[in-house]
Design a protein around this ligand. Structure first.
Ligand code: OVV
Length: 407
C-alpha cells in the first residue's frame, strides 16, 4: 500500500465530512481563525483527503484524543509520519515521541528539574533580566518585538537556566522551527527548515554534551540523573536536546503573541497596569487566545471510537489546539482577549501524560516580562504591520514593529 506523508491512507469514517483544505497552506498558517471556525463547524472530526487524516477542532474531542495516551499513541510520531512505517528525520525524542513505560522514567527526570520549586529559584533572575530588557527598550522607543524582545528574552534566560555555553540565538530559534516544521507534511516550509539540518543539528548535539554545560544548571541536574543510574549518559543528552527543541520557540512565540495581544487591546494593558499581579493570568490568556502550538497529531493505536465516530488503527488525527482553545461551545466570548478570564482547562500546553513538562518555567518567563511591562510601560503602539512566520505546528510572528511609551 502506498503511504501518504509516511502513514497508512484511510477512508473517511461514516458520518465524517470530507474537507478539501490544506491546513498547512501558508495562508492558513499565517491567518488561521477562519479555518479554525470552519473546522469546528464540520463536526467532531473532518476528513482531509489531501493528507488522508482526520482533524478535530472542537474542545471536547481534541481533549479526549490528547488525554488518552493508551488509545492515541505518541510513539508513532506526533506529526503526519508514522514512525512504525518510516524513519523520522532525527532520532525520536525520548519524551515526546515515546509511550509508557519508557516515557515515564524520562519524563520523571524532566519533571523534577523543572518542578515548581526548581523554577522558584529562577524567578529572581528572570525578573531582573525582564526589568533590564524593558528599561532598555523603553529607552530606545521603537524596536522589533520579535527579535529584540520575544526572541532575546528566552534565548538569554533559558540558555542560562539550562547552562548552555553558547547561546546562539539564530541557531536555537532555527532548530526549534525545524523541529516544529518537521511535525508537518513534507511541504516547502518543512523543506526550507530541513535545508539547515547540516549546519544546525551538529551544533545542537554539541551543546547537549556534558562538558559544554555549566555545572549549576538544569542541564547538569539532568546529567546528575545519569550518575545515579536513573537514566544513561546518552539519555541525558537526549533530554537536553528536548529542552532545546521545545523550550525556546514556544516561549518566544508566547511572548511575541502577548505583545501582539496587548498592542491590539490597549484596554487590557490598562487593566494589567492597574494590577501587575495579573501578569500571570494575562500570559495564560495569551496562550489560550493564540495557541503557540496550533496543532499536533496523535496516532490511533487501536480501532476505537470518539464522539460517535469510528476510528481505525493507524489513523493520524490532527488535534487543532488553536481551534479548541477558541471553541465557542466551551469558552464564553471565545474570540475576546480577556486577561481576567478563567482559563483553566485551555489546551495550549496540551493535556495528559505528554502535557508540557516545562509549563511552569514558561509561565515564569511570561510573568517576568508582562510584570515588567505592567510596571514600566505606559502604552504599546504598533509601529508597522505585524508579519506572521508560517510554521507547520506553531503560530508565530516573524516581525512585530513596536513602540513603547513611558507612562
Ligand atoms: C513538546 C515538544 C515539542 C517539540 C519537541 C520536543 C518536545 C522534544 O522532546 O524534542
Amino acid at each position: 500500500m502506498d503511504l501518504v506523508e509516511g502513514h497508512y491512507p484511510i477512508e473517511a469514517p461514516a458520518g465524517v465530512p470530507e474537507w478539501d483544505v490544506d491546513p498547512f497552506a501558508p495562508e492558513i498558517l499565517t491567518d488561521p481563525i477562519d479555518y479554525y471556525t470552519e473546522l469546528r463547524a464540520k463536526g467532531p472530526f473532518a476528513y482531509i483527503p489531501k493528507y488522508s487524516m482526520l482533524a478535530c477542532g472542537r474542545y471536547d474531542e481534541a481533549k479526549e484524543v490528547f488525554s488518552d495516551h493508551e488509545r492515541f499513541v505518541s510513539g508513532r510520531g506526533v506529526g503526519l509520519q508514522d514512525f512504525k512505517l518510516e524513519q523520522p528525520w532525527r532520532p525520536p525524542s525520548i519524551v515526546l515521541e515515546v509511550d509508557p513505560p519508557y516515557h515515564t522514567q524520562n519524563r520523571r527526570v524532566l519533571a523534577r528539574v523543572m518542578a515548581t520549586k526548581a523554577v522558584q529559584r529562577l524567578k529572581e533572575a528572570f525578573r531582573i533580566a525582564a526589568d533590564d530588557l524593558i528599561d532598555a527598550l523603553l529607552e530606545r522607543g521603537s524596536f522589533e518585538g520579535v527579535g529584540d524582545l520575544a526572541e532575546a528574552f528566552p534565548v538569554n534566560v533559558f540558555s542560562k537556566a539550562v547552562g548552555l555555553a553558547d547561546a546562539d540565538r539564530c541557531k536555537l530559534v532555527d532548530y526549534g522551527a525545524m523541529v516544529f516544521n518537521g511535525i508537518g507534511p513534507d511541504n516547502a516550509i518543512r523543506q526550507a527548515s530541513m535545508a539547515k539540518v547540516p549546519t544546525i543539528v551538529p551544533w545542537i548535539t554539541e551543546q547537549c554534551r556534558r562538558e559544554n554545560l555549566s555545572d549549576d544548571g538544569i542541564g547538569a541536574e539532568i546529567y546528575a540523573a545519569a550518575d545515579t543510574g536513573e537514566i544513561t549518559e546518552d539519555e541525558a543528552g537526549m533530554l537536553i536536546r528536548s529542552l532545546l527543541s521545545a523550550g525556546i520557540d514556544t516561549t518566544v512565540t508566547g511572548l511575541g503573541s502577548a505583545l501582539w495581544c496587548f498592542a491590539n487591546n490597549p484596554g487590557e494593558l490598562e487593566r494589567l497596569k492597574v494590577d501587575p499581579k495579573l501578569a500571570r493570568p494575562a500570559f495564560e490568556e495569551t496562550l489560550r487566545f493564540t495557541s503557540p502550538i496550533h496543532s499536533f497529531c496523535r496516532t490511533a493505536g487501536v480501532d476505537t471510537e470518539v464522539g460517535g465516530v469510528s476510528i481505525v488503527e493507524g489513523t493520524k488525527i490532527l488535534c487543532v489546539l488553536g481551534a479548541a482553545n477558541l471553541d465557542e461551545s466551551h469558552w464564553t466570548d471565545a474570540g475576546k482577549f480577556d486577561i481576567q478570564r478563567r482559563t483553566l482547562g485551555h489546551l495550549a500546553f496540551g493535556i495528559g501524560i505528554h502535557g508540557c513538562v516545562g509549563q511552569n518555567l514558561a509561565r515564569a518567563e511570561g510573568e517576568a516580562v508582562l510584570g515588567a511591562i505592567a510596571r514600566k510601560v505606559g502604552r504599546i503602539e504598533l509601529d508597522g504591520e505585524p508579519v506572521w512566520r508560517p510554521n507547520n505546528s506553531i503560530r508565530a510572528l516573524d516581525r512585530l514593529p513596536l513602540r513603547f511609551h513611558t507612562a
